[in-house]
Write a protein that binds this ligand. Structure first.
Ligand code: ZN
Length: 313
């Protein structure tokens, strides 16, 4: 392998109501609200980050909540099911919890020797609770709505819906450090290492299915980890051989990113592990205050006044 990657860094999606979004991901899934900031390209709307205790790469689910945005459409050329890893022994506990809270789900089903519960968030995103062999060895966050032993540890992985998987598979294996490790019921599995957060990407060829459409309930992009700028540059160089365009590096305050659209249609990002979410507030207080990048600080009062209340996570 010419590049090093450790899998997924974060996943970013479109939501409609920010309050419902915060409620579901903190109270129902039990994730930590690790950063409250604005969309750096549109400071009139939030960018909300959820994750484990520190928001480490492989655990970070982020949303652009746009009140009133139209629902998107599930389909090809998109990242669809987002899997959240819990210990295999916790799947029964989760099934009971979801049932008791009136949240509809399917499963558990077996896939690659894992147990999977499938549900939807308030905007219609496909959410999977995945019982894995390795999650029990990773500490769960003890400060959330879900007891630490059953808590979501981070991503198990993500599933892309594609009309044709071959070109996407090449990007994963030749630029992003993944290897194909198996297939199950029409699903090809790619892994970047094993036994850790976010190391799995599944490709599902769903030819004949209509193309997806961005909107509420649809993933906007998925980001892969780079240990530092040099690793990112190397991965971007490999990607340039396979895709038409890779952007210059953009500073996102909590990481530095480059973006490209992979041949199957999904927007990919490569994000650095550093500096992380403790760069502008201590870990003990992550997510409590609205954080703004320096260029927007002079306009804080106006920005705050225009943003909707989020309620109590
Ligand atoms: Zn991103």
């Amino acid at each position: 392998m010419s590049t090093q990657s450790a899998g997924l860094h974060h996943i970013t999606s479109i939501a409609s109501d920010p309050r419902e979004n915060v409620r579901f991901y903190t109270r129902e899934l039990g994730l930590r609200f690790v950063k409250k900031t604005v969309n750096f390209d549109d400071p009139g709307s939030y960018h909300l980050y959820f994750g484990d205790e520190t928001g480490r790469p492989g655990s970070i689910m982020t949303f652009f909540p746009w009140p009133g945005v139209k629902a998107g459409r599930h389909g090809t050329g998109q990242a669809e099911e987002v899997g959240y890893a819990v210990p295999k022994a916790s799947i029964g506990w989760w099934a009971e919890r979801l049932g008791a809270r009136g949240i509809a789900f399917e499963g558990p089903t077996r896939r690659f020797e894992e147990s999977v519960l499938l549900l939807k968030d308030p905007d219609g995103h496909f959410v999977e609770i995945v019982g894995t062999d390795w999650a029990g060895a990773v500490a769960g966050w003890a400060g959330g709505e879900v007891p630490a032993e059953h808590a979501v540890r981070g991503f198990s992985g993500v599933t892309l819906w594609l009309s044709e998987a071959a070109a996407t598979a090449r990007v994963l294996t030749e630029a992003l450090g993944f290897a194909e490790v198996g297939s199950d019921n029409g699903r090809r599995r790619f892994a970047a290492g094993a036994g850790d957060l976010g190391t799995v990407v599944d490709l599902r060829e769903v030819g004949g299915y209509p193309a997806g459409k961005l909107g509420a309930g649809i993933v906007h992009h998925i980001a892969f980890r780079a240990s530092d700028d040099a690793a990112q540059a190397e991965m971007a160089e490999q990607a340039r051989r396979l895709v038409s365009q890779v952007t210059p590096q953009v500073d996102r305050n909590y990481f530095r990113s480059v973006y490209f659209r992979e041949p199957g249609g999904v927007l990919f990002e490569i994000a650095t592990d550093d500096p992380g979410f403790a760069v502008d507030e201590p870990v003990a207080h992550l997510g409590e205050a609205l954080k703004l990048p320096p260029q927007y600080e002079p306009h804080r009062a106006k920005i705050e006044a225009a943003l909707p209340e989020l309620g109590q996570p």
